[in-house]
Design a protein around this ligand. Structure first.
Ligand SMILES: [Fe+2]
Ligand SMILES: [Fe+2]
Length: 369
């Protein structure tokens, strides 16, 4: 039995290889074949197929083969189209998927066709509940037929290629990848799509606040794994959220009653995002504007930046942060609600005047209990 391991591998990280080695051993597969996904015609920032294969072959270093069949598709290479071709080529195959993909199987194209061609082998992610996945797998087999195997020994740790790309954008180290992959990233200057924004924000902030900002970007992207907002919105809103925290000037358009208070930098930052950084996406501007006060009617991006700002892993160490972080990574709405509640109550306890938008926000999300 050959196990097919599909993915964008943009870039491949050490977790991919560990998982391949461990499932091969657990299920005694004859081999694991890596299947890099074809480039989507509509994703302009995507790394080219050849570059991803170059990184993957360096990462694998001959340990596992790569199949480039998806590069021959001019349209989107859906699994139900690719897997029959792979079955012809390799004989008995199983398709490796993460726990998240199993939970979304009913949204795949023709799952029953896929399960006719091959079995699925599921590797739970760090936060997945094994009993839950077992139930879903049994339910899917009843509905679609076929076989779904669940790994009992292997678990995907929370490493994501998206976070690795963001780290490169921010100029941070990427120990999640091998040095051979890092060489390709450097040589081909990959993942530097926001260099001018990064350089400018960095120049506006002291070292400690820059570290906090990087933490907010990474926490924001981690929260976004369950939310699915576009990378660019999350990355830029988080990157710019505190850009005016150390500024000495005040933009026009900032509310009078914010001047001289702790919430000024959020309103000032929203204006700076438009004027200084040329951001025209109102959703990004609003997420910056309301990241300190909140408001009633928060968008998903507003909530995400507010929450990431509070729970980021680099500089936030206040008591209770662990529980807030855990909630935020599992479910943004609940994580956000707990964050606004905790910060409102802490302001109240310390007798600090509370800005009216924060009161609105608390009333909208927490006062129903
Ligand atoms: Fe802030
Ligand atoms: Fe912040």
């Amino acid at each position: 039995m050959i196990c097919i391991f599909g993915g964008a591998f943009d870039p491949p990280h050490k977790e991919h290889i560990r998982i391949a080695k461990e499932v091969k051993e657990e299920f005694a597969f004859d081999n694991v074949v890596f299947l890099p996904s074809g480039n989507s015609p509509h994703k302009s920032l995507q790394t080219s197929f050849d570059t991803r294969v170059e990184m993957l072959s360096k990462a694998l270093d001959g340990a596992f083969p790569i199949d480039s069949i998806e590069n021959t598709f001019s349209e989107r290479a859906y699994s139900y189209k690719v897997l029959p071709l792979l079955k012809e080529k390799y004989g008995d195959i199983t398709f490796l998927i993460g726990g998240d993909s199993l939970l979304a199987l009913d949204r795949w194209r023709y799952p029953e066709e896929i399960l006719k061609v091959c079995s699925l082998t599921v590797v739970p992610r760090g936060s997945d509940d094994l009993a839950d996945l077992k139930r879903v797998a049994a339910d899917c087999m009843r509905r679609y037929g076929g076989t779904i195997l669940l790994s009992e020994k292997v678990r995907g740790e929370n490493v994501s290629s998206t976070v690795v790309r963001a780290k490169v954008e921010l100029g941070l180290d990427i120990p999640e990848t091998s040095s051979a992959v890092q060489d390709v990233i450097a040589k081909r200057d990959l993942y530097h799509n926001y260099a001018s924004y990064v350089t400018k924000v960095r120049s506006m902030l002291g070292e400690e606040r820059w570290r906090h900002t990087c933490g907010v970007v990474l926490a924001g992207l981690k929260i976004n794994e369950n939310v699915g907002l576009p990378f660019e919105k999350v990355f830029l809103a988080c990157l710019l959220h505190d850009c005016m925290k150390e500024a000495r000037f005040i933009h026009r358009g900032v509310p009078e009653d914010a001047i001289g208070t702790k919430v000024l930098h959020a309103f000032n930052g929203a204006e700076e995002a438009k004027i200084g950084f040329g951001i025209t996406d109102e959703e990004i501007v609003d997420a910056i504007r309301y990241h300190t006060t909140g408001r009633a009617g928060m968008t998903a991006l507003d909530k995400l930046v507010y929450t990431a700002d509070m729970v980021e892993e680099v500089t936030r160490t206040f008591s209770g942060v662990e529980a807030l972080r855990k909630a935020a990574y599992a479910d943004l709405d609940e994580g956000f609600r707990l964050c606004i509640k905790s910060s409102y109550e802490s302001l109240k306890k310390r007798n600090i005047p509370i800005y009216y938008l924060t009161v609105d926000c608390f009333n909208a999300y927490c006062n129903k209990e």
